[in-house]
Design a protein around this ligand. Structure first.
Ligand code: CMP
Length: 137
């Protein structure tokens, strides 16, 4: 079944010049770009986007990192897009992510892990409404 998912190409990926590499991987898989924008996360958007993490020890440095520079937000769509994109990006910790995944191939960090993607249909709906209100349904 066709799904939509919210992807963030994080500030580390933008700084490292990996935007094209990452979008290319998603395109070559066959996913469709429904929306795309370059923007910088502010503190309020960070706290809302990461509401489930705001009380965690790792949140303050995560927030500093995510607001440190521009990122690319996208809506990707395709058959089982939520699970498919999570598979393409790999485990959260780049040191443990499988080779062949974005993080496994390109990240050595648990925080600066290049990309975020919605982890469930509920979070995809919430995150699309937050980042692309004109595209939410
Ligand atoms: P993301 O998929 O955006 O969801 C939450 C983010 O928090 C995660 O990617 C990492 O960037 C970061 N993160 C999760 N766990 C840790 C951790 N233990 N230490 C540092 N950063 C983390």
């Amino acid at each position: 079944v066709t799904e939509r998912t919210l992807v963030l190409i994080k500030p580390d990926a933008v700084r490292r010049g990996l935007v094209g590499e990452l979008i290319g991987r998603f395109e070559r898989k066959g996913l469709t770009i429904d929306a795309l924008e370059l923007r910088t996360m502010d503190a309020e958007l960070a706290d809302t986007h990461y509401a489930e993490h705001v009380t965690r020890d790792f949140y303050p440095p995560l927030k500093a990192f995510m607001t440190s520079g521009p990122l690319v937000s996208l809506i990707l769509s395709g058959d089982q897009a939520i699970e498919v994109v999570r598979g393409l990006i790999g485990a959260t910790d780049g040191r443990k992510a499988a080779a062949g995944t974005v993080r496994g191939d390109l990240s050595l960090s648990n925080r600066e892990n290049l990309v975020h993607a919605s982890d469930s249909p509920d979070s995809a709906k919430r995150e699309i409404a937050l980042w692309f209100p004109a595209h939410s349904v």
